[in-house]
Design a protein around this ligand. Structure first.
Ligand SMILES: *Cc1c(COP(=O)(O)O)cnc(C)c1O
Length: 369
């Protein structure tokens, strides 16, 4: 079979043939055509957040984590203090990268099976004036839970603290409006809900903090202030750009607009999610999160308790049917995850549920519960 497997993973994810075909051309990184492509992508990204007046967007080579690291390095002063709101694996990653680069970092821990509590943030900020910035993961992809971005942003604004948002798995699908939600930096990447290919991230930086960010980064490659100024001056990326990834993202952005932008994308992911959760429930699969906390980005399912279940075999079975599942990221309970994002619709999701049913039957299980 020459059809690609369907990736039910939250990046890389299934892309359209049109997006893949957009990569069949070589671009010169200095060339005006490529500079125009970069400029078009940056404009398109700003439009999605309604951020053209308030923010700039700075693209950066690498996976999404590179851009989270760059955002922290560029925005948090070397003598600053970052408070990371932690309810999962990606929160812990932000705290770790901030600690490693030598920024004072404090973690405010919450249970993994629910959103972070803005009231506890407000209390902590009132108690500790040394905290300069707050780090928030919008959709914690480790479980799928969505954190209350607007409430957290309002508290940070009222308390006069900066906010860095990792919106990697939510950007372009869940609504975020920079005109009403105040953040210093918001990070996302090419290979998530925009349905581009992986290879670059981008950071929205509030214009009013930009000048103050000069010289904060400990790292040359991670310095978004420098990347931004160079790009403004020359139209070019500072170092070799991921040309084919940018071309694929430009094409993916065209398709995003043609589909109807954020509301249409969210509607399709919600249809995927509904099909998935209903189909899996019929097979006896429970979700790790309570129903009110589930999001149409990624769903964490509890693994069957039966001794005949084994994730490796389960994964191999689903893959043989053409569907790639995602392992769980929780240490306490055995789970697996299924992404709802990517260039797929409810039809593919129903086929994925059928593949899971066949795989389960192949393990001798008629149901998961
Ligand atoms: C995907 C993702 C990242 C980035 O992960 P990479 O493996 O570096 O691309 C960061 N945060 C969240 C919430 C994500 O979903």
């Amino acid at each position: 079979m020459d059809r690609d497997n369907i990736l039910l993973t939250p990046g890389p994810l299934t892309t359209s043939l049109r997006t893949k075909l957009a990569m069949l051309k070589d671009w010169g990184s200095w060339d005006a055509d490529f500079n125009a492509l970069t400029a078009r992508v940056r404009r398109g990204l700003l439009d999605i957040l309604h951020a053209g007046d308030s923010h700039v967007v700075v693209p950066l080579q690498g996976s999404g984590t590179f851009s989270v690291e760059a955002a922290v390095a560029t925005v948090v002063p070397r003598d600053g203090h970052l408070l990371v709101l932690d309810n999962g694996a990606y929160c812990k990653r932000m705290a770790k990268l901030a600690t490693l680069m030598g920024r004072r970092t404090t973690v405010l821990s919450f249970a993994e099976d629910g959103p972070v509590d803005p009231a506890l943030l407000a209390q902590r900020l009132a108690e500790d004036p040394s905290i300069t910035h707050v780090g928030l993961i919008h959709c914690e992809t480790g479980t799928g839970v969505v954190n209350p971005l607007a409430e957290v942003a309002a508290i940070c604004e009222a308390a006069g603290r900066g906010l860095i948002v990792d919106a990697m798995s939510s950007f372009a699908a869940l609504p975020i409006d920079a005109r009403t939600v105040r953040f210093d930096a918001l990070v996302a990447a090419s290979g998530k809900c925009l349905e581009g290919v992986p290879g670059m991230g981008f950071v929205f930086l509030r214009r009013s903090i930009l000048d103050g960010c000069a010289g904060r980064s400990h790292s040359l490659a991670m310095d978004l202030h420098d990347q931004h100024h160079y790009m403004e001056r020359t139209g070019q990326w500072r170092f070799t750009p991921p040309t084919h990834v940018v071309a694929a993202l430009a094409c993916a952005l065209d398709q995003y607009e043609e589909e109807g932008g954020q509301p249409a994308r969210l509607a399709r992911y919600t249809a995927n999610f509904d099909t998935l959760v209903a189909g899996m429930a019929a097979l006896g699969f429970g979700t790790f999160l309570a129903p009110e906390y589930l999001s149409p980005i990624i769903v964490t399912f509890l693994a069957p308790a039966d001794a005949r279940y084994d994730f490796k075999a389960f994964y191999a079975g689903a893959k043989a049917h053409g569907f790639m599942l995602y392992p769980g990221k929780l240490t306490e309970v055995e789970t697996f995850r299924v992404g709802c994002i990517g260039a797929i619709g409810p039809k593919e999701m129903q086929q994925a549920v059928d593949a899971v049913a066949h795989t389960l039957a192949g393990m001798g299980l008629s149901r998961a519960d």
